[in-house]
Design a protein around this ligand. Structure first.
Ligand SMILES: [Zn+2]
Length: 442
């Protein structure tokens, strides 16, 4: 019954939903070679479309003296340059396809690492596929359509702060509940836990930092909590400490997911080591070396995305601003999709030192994990040589040896001037989510 209602609600949005879900689920039984052949065919089709319909690409191909036929598969993609957000903003009008008025699409925006957000269009077909791939990805953790799932979400994960009748209908049809990550006060945490224990969902999903916060609260209070089947984290870097807390509090495994609506790349953890399987059915995900910009089969690099179904605004070799580690080894789970072993982080989680090195926010999580009296913190890089660290203590009377923290940080960057600011709480906005690393340099 739950499953039927769930499918019906999705079919109202897009009639092809369930058929596509079955097809893409069946893909898990194919070989990588079969998937790649289909992906290459889709890529050729998108390249031809972009060339014929989108002025930016027409001009790009002409400038490179390239024809669409010369891009036959993902190996040929590096004949094309990498597309930056800045280039899209500069030439925005040239990304409008000639046939846009006949298309179904949505207006979207994505945050940049600096400056104003990038506006873009997302085709309905692209969105439906991303949704289906999300459900298939949760399936790696045991989820089936219609299973009860709770969300810890902000605006961008689809809950919204307004809790109206529409939200209620949405929740009922999808057998889900939404909790706002903007509201993680003590009273709210108590209420969330009570609802979890009463309604016993099999799954929860949300920002790693928000679920981690609830997990820490549960552990510190010694609360009893109904065991989940799996926890799905998303949209932020999942640090090992967070995974440990969450698994301990909820007695279930954490499956992290990586996905970007702009560009359409998605990858979901299967539970073997830290492997993420890269979906091949909505986009091409390349990992390219940061310096040479050449694709790497194994190792770290920038994530570059090519959407295969976003007719309303084709992204071809789009620099996502994320970093990941690719692996050429097949996963022991047997799923055919290629593997990332780590999503190292979003550029926005990375700080630059006066010495010119890049430090990932994980360093601070690591340092603060040695200081249990710290409840929350946020690191804000204000200038290349100035970092403000906001600290919220579990108990305002707690003592903390700031000089030790400062010393640990200065081992990595001796020229940073560190300023500590004690706060009662860290304000959360929908835009900053629960970000604890803020690169405020523009
Ligand atoms: Zn696997």
């Amino acid at each position: 019954m739950r499953r039927e209602l769930f499918i019906l609600a999705h079919r109202l949005y897009d009639v092809s939903f369930y058929r596509l879900y079955l097809d893409l689920s069946a893909n898990l039984k194919k070989t990588y070679e079969e998937l790649k052949e289909e992906q290459d065919a889709r890529l050729s089709r998108m390249i031809r479309f972009a060339y014929e319909n989108v002025p930016y690409y027409k001009k790009l191909f002409a400038g490179l003296r390239l024809t669409p036929e010369e891009i036959r598969g993902i190996e040929d993609l590096n004949k094309l340059p990498i597309l930056t957000k800045e280039a899209i903003k500069r030439d925005y009008g040239a990304f409008k396809p000639l046939s846009l008025s006949r298309m179904k699409f949505y207006h979207r925006a994505t945050g940049g690492s600096t400056g104003a957000p990038l506006k873009y269009r997302a085709s309905k077909e692209h969105r439906t596929r991303a949704g289906v791939l999300l459900y298939r990805g949760w399936g790696y953790g045991g989820y089936e359509l219609g299973d009860k799932i709770f969300f810890f979400a902000g605006e961008s994960l689809g809950s919204g702060s307004k809790y109206g009748r529409l939200t209620k209908i949405h929740e009922l049809a999808r057998n889900s509940r939404f909790f706002s990550v903007l509201d993680m006060e003590e009273e709210s945490l108590e209420r969330y836990l009570a609802v979890l224990n009463k309604e016993k969902p099999g799954f929860i999903r949300g920002y790693a930092s928000a679920i981690n916060e609830l997990a820490r609260w549960i552990i510190n209070r010694g609360e009893r909590v109904h065991s989940l089947r799996a926890v799905f984290t998303t949209a932020e870097k999942l640090f090992p400490e967070m995974r440990r807390n969450i698994e301990k509090a909820f007695g279930s495994k954490v499956f992290d997911g990586y996905g970007l609506d702009d560009g359409g790349v998605t990858a979901y953890q299967c539970g073997y080591e830290n492997n993420y399987h890269i979906d091949t059915e909505n986009a091409v995900l390349e990992v390219v070396d940061e310096k040479s910009l050449q694709p790497v089969r194994e190792g770290r690099g920038k994530v570059v995305a090519t959407s295969l179904y976003n007719w309303a605004m084709p992204f071809i070799r789009y620099d996502t601003g994320d970093l990941a580690e690719a692996s050429a080894k097949p996963c022991p789970c047997g799923r055919p999709h290629p593997v990332l072993t780590e999503v190292i982080g979003r550029y926005r989680d990375i700080l630059i030192t006066p010495e010119g090195t890049r430090i990932h926010g994980g360093l601070f999580t690591h340092i603060f994990s040695g200081f249990p009296q710290v409840k929350e913190f946020r690191v804000i890089q204000k200038r290349i040589d100035r970092v403000e660290i906001q600290v919220v203590l579990e108990n305002p009377k707690d003592r903390i040896r700031l000089e030790v923290i400062e010393k640990l940080i200065k081992e990595r960057s001796p020229n940073w001037k560190i300023e500590f600011v004690f706060k009662d709480g860290i304000e959360k906005t929908a835009r900053s989510k629960h970000r604890f690393i803020v690169n405020a340099m523009n």
